[in-house]
Design a protein around this ligand. Sequence first.
Ligand code: 5AD
Ligand code: SF4
Length: 479
Amino acid sequence: MELSHLILNNESEVRKNFNRLSNDKKVYVETYGCQMNFSDTEIVLSVLSKNGYNETSDIEESDVILLNTCSIRENAENRIYSRLGDLIKYKKRNPDLVIGILGCMAERLRKDLLQKKKIVDIIVGPDEYRKVPELIENSVEKGEKGIAVKLSRTETYDDITPLRREGITAWLSIMRGCDKFCSFCVVPFTRGRERSRSFINITEESKRLYDEGVRDIWLLGQNVNSYKYEEYDFADLLKNVAAAVPGMRVRYITSHPYDLSDKLLETMAEYDNICKYIHLPIQSGSDRILKLMNRLYSVKEYMRVMLKAREMMPGIGLSTDIISCFPGETDDEHKMTLDVIREIEYDSAFTFVYSPRENTKAFEMTDTLDEETKKQRLDEIITLQREISFKINSALTGSVMPVLVETLSKKSEDNFMGRTDCNKSVIIPRNFSSVDMSGNLINTGFIKAGELINVEITGANSATLFGNPVRKNETLSKS
Ligand code: 5AD
Ligand code: SF4
């Protein structure tokens, strides 16, 4: 036992010295939470790569472990605390290992982390990622605990090219922070004030990504509709990017209903390469609760935008976020949320039970609902939404839809996963052959990531479509 421990220590010592000498230091990163965090991880990796660090997917060989964290709900934070417990064994084997907490928890829980989680060496908030290499070095060289959690009014990392993994899809952050102050949400406290990246730089980055083989970009922000750079708003940006890279699919996430303008809907309708998909969090179907949430719109105003989007762009994909059991939510108010889900018939919804967050306005409100009621209300929402998603997806069986092939399916290397314009994921066999109604072979081949192909939908569940490729000519001759 002791001997193996010794050997492990020696091994890590040798590796560590080797890594230092070769200037090949290994960093292992785990990212939790929203797409903004995944995009931020690419920025951190870019900063680190300029300082001699390479990413590794093997935690055992890492010199630095970083957790990019989320604070949105209590269970997201609990997951990180428990993950820190798992990391103790790596630190015991290699005391020089640097463990860092990045992101929203760094901002929110710095004191708690420093005092109670001794294995944490550096704590870096979302606006201080340029300092990560320096803080790591100080920890290694001087054994100093590093903490950098100042929020900035200007930092957008506009000059940093994120270190992206190869693939067809790329995240492109366009703004940071949030000024909306919904009463339940920690984001304005953990990510600070809204600020937008340069209009020109975003457009140039889109062009570069296209040249590098990306065919699908997501414009990202906590609230993209608040994008404001000089005289340009978000609709102007979307239009400019869509026109600059006509061969690229362009999508965005996430929007706030308060400032989703008609101009934006018109821009979406005008450009074929802007995906017909809107994720618009409603949170609740009750005006009283929306007011308590400080959401700045009524159910009627929300419905107008969604129904207008559908009228202008038939077949558009619509999804939402819902918080069930906000403090004081009555049974009738819960039913109002179910009514909105029935009326809009979302393609999908992300549903959460309200989680109290310290320092927010809602934290002061009395939460009277018992756990049983909370579970029951959430179950009702999930079940209803599943039925609707299944109904919508099943109705697509037999139709032919253009699908952009993205990656190998997570479940089987024999299949690819692609997405429709309205953001539905479709599983397609990698090698395919299909026959016509008389049993004649009409279609064989392989598909590749990045191809836009016509797919005949052959099956569906509430989350996914299944289909077979149909080459363009066959689609035309069939119809
Ligand atoms: N409790 C539960 N869900 C929350 N969200 C944000 N804050 C909370 C909270 N305190 C949800 C909202 C938001 C999504 C990203 O997370 O629905 O749209
Ligand atoms: Fe949070 Fe509201 Fe801002 Fe979204 S819009 S990040 S829910 S405060």
